[in-house]
Structures are given as C-alpha cells and as structure tokens.
Design a binder for this molecule. Structure first.
Ligand code: PLZ
Length: 453
C-alpha cells in the first residue's frame, strides 16, 4: 500500500489543510472562554495553548476565532489517523445510532471481540493471546499489574527512571516525576521499585552496560522471586522521548524471562504506527508478555487494552477484570475503523517517512544551533532536547520559548521531559508534505532564534 499524504489544498472533514491566522492566538473568543473556564474548571487541569477548538480535520485544528492551527501533537499521540478521519467518523456515527452502551459484562457485542481479534493479530508474537478492553491508558496499566500479580502470585513491580504510566494511585506510584504528577497526592501504592534507564544522551552507556546497571539496581532493592512484573515504555513518552540504547529492552526482556517476571510493554504512547512500526517493541525484536495500548488505538475515542499470553491473561478468576465502560461499543467501532485506516492507507510506512523528513530538516538546524543537545525518536515521534550550549545542562526555558513562539504562529508543539527541556513532535500520520514543511519552517526559525538578542 502506498502512503497517502494529503496535499496542502486538500480539505479533510471540511477543513482546508493550511495554516491561517486571523487573530492573535489565543484570539478574543478563546480568551472569553478561558475566563469562563477559570471560573468553573479546577485549576489542577492545566492548559497548554488556550485556543478553544471548534472543528478539526486532518492535521489542522480550527479555533473559535477562525484560526487554522497545524497540529503537531495529535492530542498527545492519539489522532494518528488525523482529525475527522473518514472511516472513524462514519463508524462512530453508525455505532452511536445503533446503540451506545450495554456494558460488555452484561450484554456482549461483536465489536469488543473484533478488537480483541485485531489486537491478537497485530501485537508482536504468534503465541495464543487474550485481551481485556478498558477506557484509559492508566486503567490499562493498572490491569496489566493486576493480571501479572494474579499470574505470578508475586507483588513487586519494577519501573524505570523518567517513566510515565498515568495518574491513578498505582500508576502515580509507577510514574517517576513528582511535579506535577505526584506532588501532594501520596501515599502511593507500595511494592514499586525504580531502576535506572538507558538514556544514551545523558549516560553514554551501551545497551548491555545499561542492562547490567539496571539489573544490579533491581536486585539490590528487591528479591527477584517477589517481582511480578517489569513495566517499561519501549520509548519513553512524557519522560522525554528517550530511545534506549540497542540491546537494553531485549536484555531486560531476557532477564524477566529467566526470572519468571512478566514483561509488560507500556505502548500507550508508542503503539499503533506512531514509531514507524505497528508497535515500538518490534524495533528491538522484543515480544512482550503483556502489551498495554490506548491513545492511538481508537482515533480519539477513549479505549485501552491489555493484550498478552493467554496463560497470563487468563490467570485472574472469572469476574476479576472489567468495568462499566471498558470496551465501549462506540470506542470499539472507532478502533476497528482506525486499524483499517492504518492498514489500508499504509500509515506505518507513512509514520516512518515522516520521521525521516523531520529528522533531516531538524538535523540541519542542529548544525547551526548549539542549544540542540540531542535530536532523537523514531517515526512520527521525534524530540529535540535543549541544553545550555556546550553542556548537557537542561534548558527548560528554551523549550518554553520555542513552544510559545510556535503556538503564537499557529503550530501546536508539545514539551516533555523530566527536566521540561524537550520539544516533542507527534504529528498525525496523514499530515501533507507542504503542511509539514510549513510547520517545520516555523519550528526551525524559533529554534534558530534561541540565544539571539
Ligand atoms: N502510559 C506511556 O504516555 C499518557 C499524559 C498526559 P491515560 N500520556 C499522556 C497527562 O499529563 O495526563 C500515558 C502514557 C504512557 C500511560 C499513560 C496514561 O494514559 O490515557 O492518560 O490514562
């Protein structure tokens, strides 16, 4: 299948694929809504770019003031198939008109089973698999830990520095960063042990060295016979798009296998074509025992899943897994349409091609901008780590400045990283070449302006 790239003048879901600003961003109507928001929405829910959105298509967001913004964030790696994707919109509308809810545990329906079948087919490994469907990434991770504990009859969970796994109590415990995710929200779930990651830009270790260091740290903290699971993002998302050195993931997976530990890949952010493979574990040839998916699985509808080896997945007793909304029929219809879109439109290859384009462009900028310490990522998941020139000292203010400059000009880029100094790009795979070039022009200019008076 050839990768489809809409040209700049194409209209997707009624939205022309171009950047166009008619007011400052945010404009007056957005500011009015922001005032209402402040009077009624809890301040704990932050907002990155307060341009309120009215409509979206492809890679363009239209705000309430009529500004057309280029979306390089996909709502944090969710709308990979683009906004208003034709098959997804039709499937959601059709399913909503048929029925919106029964609760799969009360009266089942085909969509849930079909999503589980698709997950069995698409996830790494050809062993027998089972899935449970849920609603959020955090809920997926919670369930993976429940399942691993039930199977192993052990309690400890090993996670990594810079890791992000969610905002519920257990997933806060699994998440590394205090501010803003954990600060003041404890006590946290016990039996969580944190190991050093492989972070090539900062530790300079090979994969093998980083594995040895991680295993030593794990075995120092906890009896291996008590470890139920190791939970890891194959490429860390919120932590800074950290791609571990080759051999790190596979080395950990081998250690897990040798010690009866369930290897859980958190592919919530990396899954469903994002990294130029259907799942990021594939880049390392790793076959996780359990894989957690969410975000990109359903084109924007809330859905998550835990998929894995049948004997592990079937450890919990009948009635031990579930939830009112898990595998909601509208979300399942969206997932099936999203998967069809990824496969029929060749979006795995398209994501890989986007990575090549973005990296080549930003590599040229890096040559002229010493504040770019590292340029990394895979496929449509690329990050720029900003540092004080000549050092590896993180420069979060530079990341904020570049992001703000992009936002003001109608390009939505996100930041991330333990030190807040990483700019990350997560474009929809369907973004057109010219639209991407326009966005990269804006980003490049903002990067080159760093350090200039
Ligand atoms: N695992 C790897 O990236 C969600 C968080 C945004 P939920 N990442 C975006 C925020 O600030 O809340 C994420 C992830 C990985 C788990 C999760 C959690 O997924 O759907 O947000 O619960």
């Amino acid at each position: 299948m050839t990768a489809t790239a809409p040209s700049v003048d194409q209209i997707v879901n009624g939205v022309p694929q171009h950047r166009r600003l008619v007011t400052t961003v945010p404009g007056p109507r957005s500011l009015e809504l922001l005032g209402r928001r402040e009077a009624t929405v809890a301040r704990g829910v932050s907002v990155m770019l307060p341009a309120f959105i009215e409509r979206a298509g492809g890679a363009v967001l239209v705000d309430v003031d009529g500004n057309h913004l280029i979306d390089l964030g996909s709502g944090i790696a969710v709308t990979g198939v683009g906004h208003g994707a034709r098959r997804v919109v039709a499937a959601v509308a059709e399913q909503a008109a048929s029925f919106t809810h029964t609760c799969f545990m009360i009266n089942p329906y085909e969509g849930y089973v079909a999503v589980a079948e698709a997950l069995a087919r698409l996830t790494p490994g050809d062993h027998e698999k089972r899935s449970v469907l849920l609603s959020s990434g955090a809920e997926g991770i919670e369930n993976a830990v429940k399942i691993a504990r039930s199977y192993t009859r052990r309690s400890a969970v090993v996670v990594f520095e810079h890791g992000y796994h969610g905002r519920t109590n257990l997933t806060m415990a699994l998440t590394a960063k205090d501010m803003p995710y954990k600060h003041g929200f404890g006590p946290f779930a016990p039996e969580v042990y944190r190991a050093p990651l492989s972070y090539p830009f900062r530790d300079g270790l090979t994969g093998e060295q980083a594995v040895a260091r991680a295993i030593e740290a794990i075995e120092e903290q906890v009896d291996v016979d008590d470890v139920a699971a190791i939970v890891i993002e194959p490429i860390q998302g919120e932590g800074g798009f950290i791609v571990p050195a080759p051999g790190f993931l596979s080395g950990l997976a081998a250690w897990a296998r040798a010690n009866g530990v369930v290897f859980v890949a958190d592919e919530v952010q990396t899954g469903f074509a994002r990294t130029g493979a259907m799942f990021a574990s594939e880049h390392e040839g790793v076959v996780p025992d359990l894989i957690v998916t969410a975000k990109g699985i359903a084109g924007g509808m809330p859905l998550s899943a835990v998929t894995g080896r049948a004997e592990i997945m079937d450890a919990p007793h009948v009635g031990g897994l579930g939830g009112t909304y898990g595998g909601n029929p509208v979300a399942c219809a969206a997932a099936l349409a999203t998967i069809a879109t990824i496969e029929e439109d060749g979006l795995v290859d398209r994501a890989a091609a986007l990575g090549a384009t973005i990296t080549a462009r930003l590599r040229a900028v890096q040559e002229q901008q010493p504040a770019i310490g590292d340029l990394r990522g895979r496929g449509a998941m690329i990050a720029v780590e900003l540092v004080r020139p000549g050092t590896t000292d993180p420069d979060p203010l530079a990341a904020v400045a570049v992001a703000r400059a992009c936002h003001e000009q109608g390009v939505v880029v996100l930041t991330c990283g333990t030190y807040g100094n990483v700019l990350r790009l997560l474009p929809p795979f369907v973004i057109g070449e010219e639209l991407l070039a326009d966005a990269l022009d804006v980003l490049s200019a903002a990067l080159l302006a760093l350090g200039r008076p």
